[in-house]
Each structure stands twice: as structure tokens, then as C-alpha cells.
Design a binder for this molecule. Structure first.
Ligand code: UTP
Length: 461
């Protein structure tokens, strides 16, 4: 251990991070080993360059060069074409040319839930978790295609074990276990305003997940990219965990992407209002980009066309499709990181943990959509918000479990009405339709439902 310590002391001196061993003598042998191992894994050059970025306030120089990006309207596509898109998408999935990556490595701070977000129950009558809802949608599509879609679930070191255990405890929600791969995203040290890496505990470096864009590095490092290539996978669906209505592996969307001939596609919804806190898909410096709501100038956010519609209207719902080759190409470039000024608990000189009330340091994240600026162009499909977007972000109020639950139940009610059930029959009834029964409102047997509606107040179909 002595040699290891000497080597590490040298490295820490070089980068001005000697304080990481400040409490070393107070630690047990095991804690010492752990701390040294953590330090060895730190990419100090990266942290140094990220800190430089912070002090230079380096912003994206091209930030102001924004142009609107025209989305295809789902509602403007006729039924015949929709069927054609569906057939193309189903064929790709049947031929095992598509896989799904689920981004589930976030910390869900705003939700105020200590567990992995995917295990969260938004309060539907079935009490299905967000993981189960997505899994059952995949089962539905897999059944239609006669093959299980490979599902890659990204976790973080913080929630990995819990996530795997949750699937195991629930028998993988009857999905085929061998078609599910869990993989951990990377983590990066957090730093204070002077560029010093925080200690979370006396013997533990403060680390945070490296953002949902960490997915690309992780699939490369864990050999998943190679595996996908070997399997002949062409298209990757990428979606977040926190949309209770997300249409995972949507065959229509895949067909749409294939038909446009572009290497990437994204689903968006219309903004609720000019000041909705949603990232906007547009062009930045002539390439597709998602501009965070805080970075979109107010005059652009409010700008309307002659019909009175917002020009920058493509709200991101984290539902993307990328060709595998786009991901491979991305590794030829330096992956950008974004800086977040945050409240970060840390261990002070005396060895006590402090919980700051104001932002005191920085976390670094890469975003999944950073890859968009490396694609030539992107096909954007504007879908109906009430059908495909029920975000679960905050504990209460907007975009909370409560609003998401109601969006799901309202949609299911509309599915029944569209299948011919008289809306009067639905008065004072709560009906939840399992994704195993219906993926997007299809396969609803009116007669059977009407029969059941007479029997109970809350109905699970
Ligand atoms: P958010 O940006 O909403 O972050 O993630 P979050 O961590 O879930 O929530 P807050 O901000 O702490 O309240 C959008 C999607 O990206 C995933 C999340 O799991 C979610 O599906 N994500 C986010 C990751 O997979 N890794 C990350 O490091 C961050």
C-alpha cells in the first residue's frame, strides 16, 4: 500500500488535489484501500479541463445561431401512410434490427423519492411502476413481432443494484430475462468553486452520475456497442424513464425514421405555453439541437408565425431514434460536458459533513442530445401530447405523479370512447388499460368492456 500511496500523492500534488487524503490517517485499512481505489479512477485531466471551462465561463459560442426545425405532424399523416409506417417499423423489429436503451440513471432529485425512479408507483389503480409500464409496452410490441426486443437499461452506480433487484423480485415482469441488459453509466467527481474535488465522507470522494449522455461512453466501454453491431442492430430507440405514456419501441416512429432516410429522429410535442420549461428541438449552427428552456431567448420562445403558433414549438419528450453508425461516429469527437452549479454536501476540514443551503460547487453532465449536432439532419415527428407525454418530474404540482396518473387514465378513457363505448357508461368509473392489452388504443373489445363496466367502479383491463 505504501507504494500506491506514494504514487497517488504524486498525482494529487500535480493536480492540486492533496486535500483528498486530508483524513487518510483517521481511516480503517479497508476505508484507506477504498479511497485510494476511488482516486485512481479519477480522470484528473478531464476534471482540470472542466474546471477551466467553469472559470472561463465558456458558453456555447454558437448559442445564438438558432433556426426553427420543421416537424412532421402526426395528425397530418393519413391512415394509409400510417399503416405503411407501422409495417416498416414492425418488419425492422421482427428482423431484430432495433433495440431499446432506457435512460434510468438519473437521481430524480425533484421527485424527492429516494429509490430508483423506475420503481416509482404513480398511483394508477394497478400500482404498476414506471419500469413495469415500459416493460409491458415492450411485451406488447414483442408479441406483435414474435420476437423479444433487446432492452438495454442504463442505471447509475447509485441505483444499479436496487434496479436489478427490483426486476428480479418481479420476475422481469414476464419479459425474457436474456433480452434485458443492465449497464451502469459513469460518474464524475464534483468540485468546489476553487476546483477542489469534494470529499463526500472522510474516506469517500463525492461523485455524481455523468448525465444521460453518459450512455454512449458506457455502451462503448461495456462492449454493448460491439454486441449490438454483431447482432446486426441498425436502430436504437432511446427514451427516459420518467414519461408514464412513453411509447417504447413505437413501430410507427421507427417506420417514420426509416422512411425519411435520415440517420436520426426525435418525437416532440407542442409546447403548452411559451414559458414551458421544456427543451426545444431546433437548429443551432445549422445542425439539430435541443436548446434548454433557460437558453432560448425570450423573444424566440414567444415568437409566433402568421397563424399565431409558436415558431420554436418542438418540446423534447426524450424519445429518440439513432442509427448505430451515428453513435459510432460520435466517438470521433470530444464529448461535451455541461456544468451545473449545485448544492453539494461535503466533508469539511474538521471531518464533519456540511449541507449547504446555496449552490457551492459544480457537477458535470453530458446530455443524450449532444449527439444531435453531429448528425447531418434529423426527422422530427410531432405527436399528440395527451397521447404520449405524461412527465413525472416533481413531487407535486406540474409534471408530478398526480398529473401523470390523470393523463394516463384520461387517455384510457378516450381509447374506450374511440372504440365505441358510450361516455355516459364511464361516468364515475376509473378504467386503466394494461399495456399488455393495448399499446396505443388498439385491440379494445368493446362488448367485453361494456359488460365489465356494469360490474365495477374501478376497472383494470
Ligand atoms: P432528468 O434530467 O429529469 O434528471 O433526466 P433526473 O436525475 O431524472 O431528475 P432530477 O433532475 O434529479 O430531478 C431525464 C432522463 O435522463 C435520465 C433520467 O433517469 C431520466 O430518464 N438520466 C439523467 C440518466 O439516465 N442519467 C443521468 O445522469 C441523468
Amino acid at each position: 500500500m505504501k507504494e500506491k500511496i506514494q504514487e497517488i500523492e504524486g498525482v494529487l500534488r500535480k493536480y492540486g488535489q492533496e486535500h483528498l487524503l486530508r483524513h487518510f490517517k483517521e481511516l480503517s485499512d479497508e476505508e484507506k484501500e477504498n479511497l485510494l481505489d476511488q482516486i485512481l479512477l479519477i480522470d484528473f485531466d478531464l476534471i482540470t479541463s472542466l474546471y477551466k471551462k467553469v472559470i472561463n465561463h465558456e458558453k456555447n459560442e454558437n448559442q445564438q445561431d438558432l433556426q426553427p426545425l420543421k416537424a412532421y405532424e402526426w395528425d397530418a399523416i393519413d391512415n394509409q401512410e400510417k399503416q405503411q409506417l407501422y409495417d416498416i417499423g414492425i418488419k425492422k423489429i421482427k428482423d431484430s434490427k432495433a433495440a431499446v436503451i432506457l435512460l434510468a440513471g438519473g437521481q430524480g432529485t425533484r421527485l424527492g423519492y429516494s429509490g430508483a425512479k423506475g420503481t416509482f408507483d404513480i398511483g394508477l389503480p394497478s400500482h404498476k411502476s414506471l419500469f413495469q409500464l415500459q416493460c409491458e409496452r415492450l411485451i406488447n410490441i414483442s408479441r406483435k413481432c414474435g420476437t423479444y426486443i433487446n432492452w438495454y437499461i442504463m442505471t447509475s452506480p447509485v441505483n444499479h443494484d436496487e434496479t436489478v433487484q427490483f426486476f428480479d423480485d418481479n420476475n422481469y415482469f414476464d419479459y425474457s430475462k436474456e433480452n434485458i441488459t443492465f449497464f451502469k453509466q459513469g460518474i464524475l467527481p464534483t468540485i468546489d468553486v476553487n476546483g477542489e474535488i469534494f470529499l463526500e465522507e472522510r474516506g469517500k470522494v463525492s461523485m455524481a452520475p455523468n448525465g444521460n449522455g453518459g450512455c454512449f461512453l458506457a455502451i462503448k466501454d461495456k462492449g454493448i456497442l460491439t454486441e449490438m453491431k454483431e447482432k446486426g442492430i441498425e436502430w436504437i430507440f432511446i427514451n427516459g424513464i420518467d414519461n408514464a405514456l412513453v411509447r417504447v419501441a413505437d413501430p410507427y416512429f421507427l417506420g417514420f425514421a426509416v422512411k425519411t432516410g435520415l440517420p436520426s429522429a426525435s418525437k416532440v410535442v407542442s409546447k403548452k405555453s411559451p414559458d414551458e420549461k421544456a427543451g426545444i428541438l431546433c437548429y443551432q449552427n445549422k445542425r439539430p439541437a435541443i436548446v434548454e428552456y433557460s437558453e432560448l431567448p425570450v423573444e424566440l420562445a414567444q415568437k409566433t408565425n402568421d397563424d399565431g403558433n409558436l415558431i420554436y414549438d418542438n418540446a423534447n419528450i426524450i424519445s429518440h431514434l439513432l442509427k448505430l453508425e451515428v453513435i459510432e461516429e460520435f466517438f470521433n469527437y470530444e464529448i461535451p460536458f455541461h456544468v451545473a452549479h449545485k448544492k453539494i454536501p461535503y466533508t469539511n476540514i474538521s471531518g464533519d459533513i456540511e449541507y449547504p443551503s446555496e449552490p457551492n460547487g459544480y457537477k458535470f453532465e453530458s446530455f443524450i442530445f449532444d449527439i444531435f449536432s453531429y448528425v447531418v439532419d434529423m426527422a422530427v415527428l410531432k405527436v399528440r401530447r395527451e397521447e404520449e407525454f405524461a412527465p413525472v418530474k416533481n413531487k407535486d404540482g406540474e409534471d408530478s405523479p398526480f398529473t401523470a396518473k390523470n393523463l394516463v387514465l384520461n387517455l384510457h378513457r378516450n381509447w374506450l370512447i374511440n372504440s365505441g363505448v358510450d361516455s355516459k357508461l364511464l361516468d364515475r368509473k376509473i378504467v386503466e388499460i394494461s399495456p399488455l392489452t393495448s399499446y396505443n388504443g388498439e385491440d379494445i373489445e368493446r362488448e367485453l368492456i361494456i359488460d365489465k363496466l356494469f360490474q365495477s367502479g374501478t376497472l383494470l383491463i
